[in-house]
Design a protein around this ligand. Structure first.
Ligand code: BGC
Length: 733
């Protein structure tokens, strides 16, 4: 028997609600009133977003205003939104105040501006911002509270500077290990991406943190952007609809359910249609099926790229028409005003109606009203002491500590006791702040060392402080891992008891991080190989945005830690874990492949194998956890399942454990993955303590999957629940 369930989610309820006539609220009245006074030029200006580099001196991102260009942008082109830039807090405040003053006081209708920014790991474009771990690191905490704390710090450090729109979080599925933006994602699991993404959105948009300002988050990049076939950024993805709905969509649905105000579009192409002109995905799926009525923003220059790069339209004007018809409200045009000309021409030619333009302008105005910009357009500088405050720096540390993953710990090489050890710290990131903060830190590609936060330790600094009774020495290596003197390196290894080698990737963004080979580079492997020739305790610290292959050098290491890009508190957190002051509790939010040609997420099909170096969910602790007494009971009416399980700390120190509950549907009309995560959580246990997990859920809501039309299917039959090697099977009628 096969049931089709049409999903009655909150989202569709909202959609239904929007169909029935409701009294117009105050905001709607204001929006309508304002719209009725606007000229066509003013309306199209609201739909246009321009980069700050277009109105600065020399066209750079530093905030030195060009005396003429900003006037032209606001007064002549009626631009309603700007993005991007980098600099000290006070400079941001002055810059944005000047722009808002002009928009509010010198334009006919005084509509304030929406200022957008990519604060994707803290207030990362402000000199005084606290640089938090990137999402791939945070996701290894499997803890929504960790992500919520990151969102809170980011909101507090962003709001006062006048940037009310953050192009975060990325809720793309991080399943393609080659993709150079994997580190911006919350890993490969749809549920983890959804829960962590929603946690970010809920906290970021909660005015309690940014009071008196209100902020908008942006779920990006809708949809299918993260799995291009070549692994290179913005190259075509071929994703069957069924897979798109089953794996890529849930995180976006959860983002919408948590009230995200805006969505950014995928700048790649899916199944031959560039994201920006996909009526099926934007209008059909996002607007109509999911009922999203917030602002849909293009990605950077991406409407013109439909023509120029994808060759998916016959002119830029054609691309503009199709993008607007597909549902885009605002064009992140960045450095061109052509969008404005094209829209005007399209209306004059009768190809586009003004009422369609009105729909988008209404959404944009509504957002501006919702954010309180009309009442409170100006930044403030009386609370700048909140930037990089002690509390925020402690949060930066805490987030890294909760997220770093202990991948290997042979013969308990870690923790290292501080009893007169000779510890050599080396590799590309041993004495660097830049490598720990990664890209999108003051610069798109990560600022040079001198501009990185001063009150931040490098790994060497942190270890030297953490091990006062030992001899911690440093041997710096070139950023690409090349040895300047092999002789010197060998001598340093010989003179040590422990060799801690940082391995991984220098910061990169988007296409700049395209690779053709997932292997860790040869010079870096050589560092490990040379150290491996000696009888020393060898520890690798992986600082990288994706799982670079280390299969051949892994056996040389006694201990391995994955840190991703752990941010400003990353070195201290690593040092605390290495010394045992902190007990590691991160687990991999992605599969760590063994082979370059076999990169498969954990939810593969039965006929596939995934032969990984480490599986999704792998992560060690200095204590041990035991899972026992799994039991599954079906309620008498057959509607609810209760899962009981005991998790005990069977070691000698306190520790945190992430439990991951998977299910397998034994047989399905559409072939089912070997397992799928349906619930997870993190618990703290003292030695000897047991947590009794009692999880009650409705299988006909949880054990469902979409078909190629996104109808949810529940097929009764045999289901197996899995938790840490334990299994329980149940037959559902
Ligand atoms: C990226 C977006 C980002 C935008 C603005 C684009 O290149 O794809 O994620 O928000 O730039 O900086």
């Amino acid at each position: 028997m096969r049931f089709y369930l049409i999903f009655a989610t909150i989202v569709s309820l909202l959609f239904l609600a929007s169909c029935s006539p409701a009294p117009k609220d105050e905001t709607e009245k204001k929006v309508d009133d304002l719209l009725s006074q606007m000229t066509l030029d003013e309306k199209i200006g609201q739909m246009t977003q321009i980069c700050f580099s277009e109105i600065t001196l020399n066209g750079d991102k530093n905030l030195d205003m060009h005396p003429e260009l900003f006037r032209q942008a606001i007064l002549e082109n009626h631009v309603g939104s700007f993005l991007s830039g980098t600099g000290p807090a006070q400079k941001w405040i002055d810059f944005i105040s000047t722009l808002q003053k002009m928009a509010v006081e010198e334009t006919r209708l005084g509509i304030p501006l929406l200022i957008g920014i990519d604060h994707i790991h803290g207030a990362n474009y402000v000199d005084e911002g606290t640089m938090l771990p990137h999402n791939i690191t945070l996701s290894c905490s499997f803890d929504p509270d960790v992500v919520s704390r990151a969102a809170r710090v980011t909101a507090i450090e962003t709001a006062d500077l006048g940037m009310s729109w953050n192009f975060a979080p990325v809720v793309d599925l991080g399943k393609n290990a080659y993709w150079p933006r994997l580190y911006e994602t919350f890993g490969e699991d749809p549920l983890v991406c959804g829960i962590l993404g929603s946690s970010f959105i809920t906290t970021y948009q909660d005015p309690e943190h940014s009071n008196p300002y209100k902020l908008a988050a942006c779920a990006k990049h809708f949809i299918g952007y993260s799995d291009p076939r070549t692994g290179h950024d913005r190259t075509p993805a071929e994703i069957p609809d069924q897979i798109l709905y089953e794996h890529h969509l849930p995180a976006f649905v959860m983002a919408l359910e948590s009230g995200v105000k805006t969505v950014m579009v995928n700048s790649g192409e899916v199944n031959g249609i560039p994201g920006h002109v996909s009526e099926k995905l934007l209008k059909g799926l996002l607007r109509e099926k999911l009922g999203f009525d917030g602002v849909i923003l293009s990605d950077i220059k991406d409407i013109s790229k439909v023509y120029n790069e994808h060759h998916g339209a016959f002119s830029e004007k054609d691309a503009t028409l199709r993008a607007i018809n597909a549902g885009i409200d605002m064009s992140m045009s960045c450095n061109s005003y052509l969008f404005i000309d094209f829209v005007k021409e399209l209306i004059a030619e009768g190809k586009l109606t003004e009422s369609r333009i009105d729909e988008s302008v209404k959404r944009i105005l509504r957002l501006k009203f919702d954010l309180g910009l009309f009442d409170n357009p100006y930044p403030r500088n009386d609370r700048l002491n909140r930037m990089q405050s002690d509390e925020h720096l402690q949060t930066a540390y805490y987030l890294a500590e909760q997220s770093i993953v202990l991948l290997k710990n042979q013969e308990n090489v870690l923790p290292i006791r501080d009893t007169g050890q000779r510890i050599l710290v080396t590799g590309f990131a041993a004495h660097s702040r830049k490598m720990l903060n990664g890209a999108w830190t003051l610069e798109w590609l990560g600022a040079e060392e001198e501009r990185q936060p001063k009150n931040m330790n490098t790994l060497f600094d942190a270890l030297a402080t953490e091990f006062p009774n030992s001899d911690v020495s440093l041997l710096e290596i070139m950023p690409d891992g090349t040895l300047e003197s092999e002789k010197e390196y060998r001598a340093a290894v010989v003179a040590s008891d422990y060799v801690i080698i940082t391995l991984g990737e220098e910061p990169y963004s988007e296409f700049k991080g395209n690779i053709n080979d997932l292997q860790l580079t040869e010079p870096q492997k050589k560092l490990a190989q040379i150290a491996g020739e000696y009888d020393k305790k060898l520890v690798f610290v992986l600082i990288q945005g994706r799982p670079r292959l280390i299969t051949d050098i892994e056996p040389l290491a006694d201990g391995i830690l994955f840190a991703g890009y752990p941010g400003q508190g990353g070195a201290d957190a690593l040092a605390a874990i290495i010394s045992g002051k902190a007990n590691p509790s991160g687990k991999l939010s992605f599969s760590y492949p063994k082979h370059p040609n076999h990169v498969t997420p954990y939810y593969h099909k039965a006929f596939q194998k995934n032969d990984n170096l480490w599986d999704f969910g792998h992560g060690l602790s200095y204590t041990s956890f035991e899972y026992k007494n799994i039991e599954v009971d079906l309620s008498d009416d057959g509607k609810q399942l209760t899962l009981n399980l005991d998790i005990s700390n069977s070691g000698t120190i306190a520790g945190k454990e992430t439990f991951l509950l998977f299910f397998r549907q034994e047989k399905g009309t559409i072939t089912r993955p070997v397992k799928k995560l349906f619930h997870f959580g993190k618990i703290e246990l003292q030695p000897g303590e047991t947590h009794h997990l009692n999880h009650v859920f409705t299988p006909s809501e949880i054990f469902v999957y979409p078909d190629e039309n996104n109808n949810q299917i529940f097929e009764p039959g045999s289901f197996t629940i899995m938790a840490h090697g334990l299994e329980a099977t149940i037959d559902l009628p």
